[in-house]
Design a protein around this ligand. Structure first.
Ligand code: ATP
Ligand code: MG
Length: 576
């Protein structure tokens, strides 16, 4: 998975990667050449007392070292460049892909996991790429080259390698098998920490109000301890590996000196060769160790790559049409035809057989008890969720055949829980229409009964914090209404958008809204009878089913559910 993921991402950097490989090759060869030069100095220079040879070979050694250093620095620089670029590309890829998700996919992964996947998981992959180019490319060259050079120094002594290298390999192989599952749970527990942290920050007021501080603290401590346990497990494995590796290295040095000493005694080997052999042995073992360190990162990066790929493979259930219709054929005539909807993993449908028509210039109200499916119904119109049965038609065209931009451009949605973005009042209001003039913006604010408090806040440049937490719930609602008004869409969807307003503001807003939305199709979800009683059509929703459609007087006369709702709020005389 990791390899497949990276193969695609490496494509733009193949040139740079080739440069890295060449630099690493030169660097490794230089590294391999040095001990043999050293051996020459000892055997031909020092042993014979020939200063000229020492100076000459010493000069060459210096030059080789300088070349090696330059190549190594270049390789690390280029390696870092490729790794960071690949990381950036991956992050951008995941981000862009997540943007296409509908509410269904977002719910499936959850925000905390998606955040970890775009940040931490990408970082793991990035780290492995970096290590690959700084260490792994050189390691095989050093290993193979080291063995060849060792053989050249002394064939018999090289027999020791047949013992040392397998021993090392077994130790490291064992460690890797043990580490992989640990890394898997590590990423999951980072997800958990993220989730709890997010929940606690978002819900801080509720936590305070319900005096759940201690409970929440314990919950976080629990998740934190879980992560620590795995991390300690990983640390313990690592702690075991390094001493073992050093043990192997040192024992093998002793063995080489022991057997080498005997061979020098017997005559076939020179002192310089033994020194060189020892250097090669160390180079081989260091290369093996580096490769292993690298392979310890690989399992973690593999887990991360799986998690990234999982996101990239999930395609949105809201599929844009192949041949989208990009121009609305009319003025935003809306029809729901036998709409049914079930949430993923839910057994019962939330909406069943919902049908009604809403024409431009009309106001259609939807009323129903909480949980009757009003929000769900509105969300199927801009395809936040796709209906599971029936169809939503705008101007006679199924919304699934409209281009997404066309559809969204025609709809002004004021969600039940309006969200404002960090920035200013102006930046939020221009969210759907960037080139709106100040006059247009102010006009929208006035209609939404928001001009007064915006002026008090300091005008259009007043700051809005993330999520709009520095304005009250009712102010947020009014800003969200103004945001929808600035766009002048064909279809307005107000989801319980007047609930946080007092009666007077509610009435003033509706009066100002009427001329604005005269030509548009307006759908209003509301709880308050006063908000909707003059609607052209009232749709009564009960447990996902339409139990009545008509005007206020009609429904009062014929519909029991509607009568109950109305009479729970006003007296018989007021309702008439
Ligand atoms: N994301 C979701 N996943 C699963 N079920 C959901 C989801 N959102 C809502 N539901 C279920 O769908 C039903 C209808 O919810 P919906 O939000 O549409 O109600 P509503 O009529 O807007 O209520 P309210 O008046 O309280 O806003 C509820 O019973 C709820 O349990
Ligand atoms: Mg709702």
């Amino acid at each position: 998975m990791l390899i497949r993921l990276l193969r695609e991402r490496f494509r733009p950097y193949l040139g740079l990667i080739a440069v890295i490989v060449v630099l690493q090759l030169v660097q490794s060869i230089a590294n391999l050449y040095l001990p043999s030069l050293n051996a020459h100095i000892i055997d031909d220079g020092v042993a014979k007392g020939d200063t000229a040879v020492i100076m000459h070979l010493g000069g060459i050694m210096l030059a080789v070292t300088v070349a090696q250093v330059i190549c190594a620095v270049g390789a690390v620089y280029a390696g870092a460049r490729v790794a960071m670029s690949v990381g950036r590309d991956l992050r951008a890829g995941v981000f862009d892909h997540v943007q296409t998700f509908s509410a269904r996919e977002l719910g499936q992964f959850g925000a905390p996991s998606l955040i970890t996947r775009t940040t931490n998981d990408v970082q793991q992959v990035q780290l492995v790429v970096f290590m690959t180019f700084t260490i792994l490319v050189a390691a095989p060259v050093m290993m193979v080259g080291g063995v060849i050079m060792a053989l050249r120094e002394d064939v018999q002594l090289s027999g020791l390698l047949l013992v040392i290298v397998p021993v090392l390999a077994v130790i490291l192989g064992f460690a890797m098998v043990r580490l992989r599952p640990l890394f898997g749970s590590m990423q999951k527990r980072i997800d958990a920490i993220n989730r709890i942290m997010r929940e606690q920050i978002t819900g801080i007021r509720v936590i305070r109000a319900f005096v759940r501080d201690t409970h929440e603290r314990e919950r976080f401590a629990g998740a934190n301890a879980d992560l620590m346990t795995v991390a300690v497990g990983v640390g313990r494995m690592m702690a075991l590996i390094f001493p073992s590796v050093f043990l192997v290295m040192n024992v093998s040095s002793v063995a080489v000196l022991w057997f080498g000493g005997h061979r020098i005694d017997q005559g076939p080997m020179l002192v310089g060769s033994l020194v060189a052999f020892l250097s090669y042995l160390m180079q081989i073992l260091v290369a093996v160790m580096m490769a292993v360190m690298m392979f310890m990162l690989v399992p973690r990066a593999e887990v991360s790559a799986d998690r990234i790929t999982e996101v990239m493979r999930t395609s949105s259930t809201v599929v844009p049409p192949v041949e989208p219709i990009t121009v609305l054929p009319g003025r935003g005539h809306l029809e729901l035809r036998d709409v049914g909807f079930s949430y993923p993993r839910a057994t019962d449908p939330v909406l069943r057989g919902v049908s009604f028509v809403a024409a431009p210039g009309e106001m259609t109200a939807i009323i129903g008890s909480t949980g009757s499916g009003k929000t769900t119904l509105l969300q199927t119109i801009p395809r936040l969720y796709d209906v599971t049965e029936g169809a939503v038609l705008v101007d006679g065209v199924d919304v699934r055949e409209l281009g997404l931009d066309t559809l969204w451009g025609a709809i002004g949605l004021v969600p039940q829980k309006p969200y404002l973005f960090s920035g200013t009042v102006a930046s939020n209001l221009r969210y759907g229409k960037e080139d709106a003039t100040d006059d247009e913006v102010w006009h929208a604010l006035e209609v939404a009964q928001a001009a007064e408090f915006v002026t008090a806040m300091g005008g259009l440049d007043a700051e809005i914090t993330q999520g709009g937490t520095n304005v009250s719930g009712g102010q947020r609602q009014r800003l969200a209404i103004a945001r929808a008004l600035v766009r002048r869409p064909e279809i307005y969807l107000f989801d319980d958008s007047f609930s946080a307003l007092d009666f007077a503001t509610d009435a003033a807003l509706r009066a100002a809204l009427a001329p604005e939305t005269r030509a548009a199709t307006v759908i209003v979800v509301a709880q308050r009878v006063s908000t909707i009683r003059y609607a052209d059509r009232i749709v009564v929703l009960d447990d996902g089913v339409v139990v009545g459609t008509g005007t206020h007087p009609e429904l009062m006369a014929t519909n029991e559910t509607y009568r109950e709702i109305v009479l729970s709020q006003v007296t018989e005389e007021e309702a008439a």
